[in-house]
Unconditional design. Structure first.
Length: 350
């Protein structure tokens, strides 16, 4: 079944159609502690979910690990899930990644539906078939490509988000704008993230952002070529995120925002990306994401983390860079001096 993305205005009706298409014998809902409290009550009274089993896992990315997967597998086994059962992942990217991986590996794979409840999950994690867990201190080290049967995007869930999580998801939208076109980028850079968020405008922007990712993933489902465009900001970003886990954890999208600054700097230096466009993005990131508290003493640790990135070719650290908005340059490399200069640029400004 090809993944179907539903921009939902009536969650009960759309979820009913999705479940009917999957024809499950049993339904299981995976949620973390936070979404079990704030989001599960919004859907648990739906007739089609009467009798569904809720499986709750601890919240936050530090629990996106083997122990949480085992908890889901054990619950599925104890409740006698079969290959015809269905898992509904209700939550942010951690839940859709983890729940998708658990479903994809239980009995060699059972169907699952994603209902993302954060902006990050709506525009990134829940769409495109990547599932996985962190392992050995590294992000998404273990996982499989496997599409959810349905991804149901219901913007009303975003009103339960705090501003930090909203901004985290917005960074992935910035990335989609950068690999798309100037018009999309212009709207993204003028949107107000101060707290008085226009959710109606945001819903339209989410649809445009998801369309960018869906088009890329359709062309390259297993990341052999153009899908690497979606890694813009992530080589640095994943290193920042992993580095922060041992200190004060930084949300994924916030780490990507810092990664975009570094990789746009490299894009200017190596590919001729327009300096003024780069500065517009840097100003936006500084305004809404602040500074990452790292120093030159952290550079070697960050570079060591970058060397573990799954996109690398041999010993060389691999980047997706840009010659302009929408002009993507895959499989780029940089010297250690250039990488350290990018760190300096993020710390010291324009």
């Amino acid at each position: 079944m090809k993944q179907k993305i539903i921009l939902s205005k009536n969650l009960q009706a759309d979820l009913s159609k999705a479940i009917a298409a999957c024809q499950p014998d049993r339904i299981f809902v995976v949620a973390d502690d936070v979404t079990a409290e704030h989001c599960w009550p919004k859907i648990r009274e739906f007739d089609l979910l009467k009798g569904a089993q809720l499986i709750t896992i601890p919240a936050s990315d530090v629990h996106k690990d083997l122990r949480s997967v085992e908890k889901i597998w054990t619950a599925l086994q104890e409740e006698r899930a079969t290959r015809h059962s269905c898992v509904i992942n209700l939550g942010g990217g951690m839940v859709t990644d983890l729940g998708g991986f658990a479903a994809s590996t239980f009995k060699r794979g059972i169907r699952f539906i994603n209902i993302p409840t954060t902006l990050l999950a709506m525009v990134d994690a829940s769409v495109g078939g990547k599932t996985g867990i962190n392992y050995g201190g590294l992000k998404n080290e273990i996982g499989v490509f496997n599409d959810a049967c349905f991804v149901i995007l219901h913007a009303a869930f975003l009103q339960t988000l705090d501003l930090e999580n909203l901004r985290s998801g917005y960074a992935e939208m910035l990335k989609h704008g950068l690999i798309s076109n100037d018009k999309m980028m212009g709207e993204l850079l003028t949107f107000d993230l101060s707290g008085d968020v226009d959710f109606q405008q945001l819903q339209g922007m989410i649809a445009a952002s998801v369309a960018v990712k869906e088009e890329v993933v359709t062309r390259d489902p297993f990341e052999q070529n153009i899908r690497k465009a979606l890694n813009l900001g992530h080589t640095f970003g994943h290193a920042f995120e992993s580095w922060s886990l041992k200190r004060k954890p930084v949300l994924h999208g916030c780490a990507v925002a810092y990664g975009l600054v570094c990789e746009l700097y490299l894009s200017c230096v190596k590919c001729g990306f327009p300096t003024e466009k780069m500065r517009q993005v840097v100003r936006f990131v500084k305004e809404w994401y602040g500074q990452l508290p790292f120093t030159c003493d952290d550079y070697d640790e960050l570079i060591a983390l970058m060397r573990h990135d799954k996109k690398n070719l041999g010993d060389e650290i691999n980047f997706t860079l840009l010659a302009d908005v929408g002009d993507i340059k895959l499989n780029q490399t940089a010297t250690m001096e250039e990488i350290k200069n990018a760190f300096d640029f993020l710390r010291e400004g324009e």
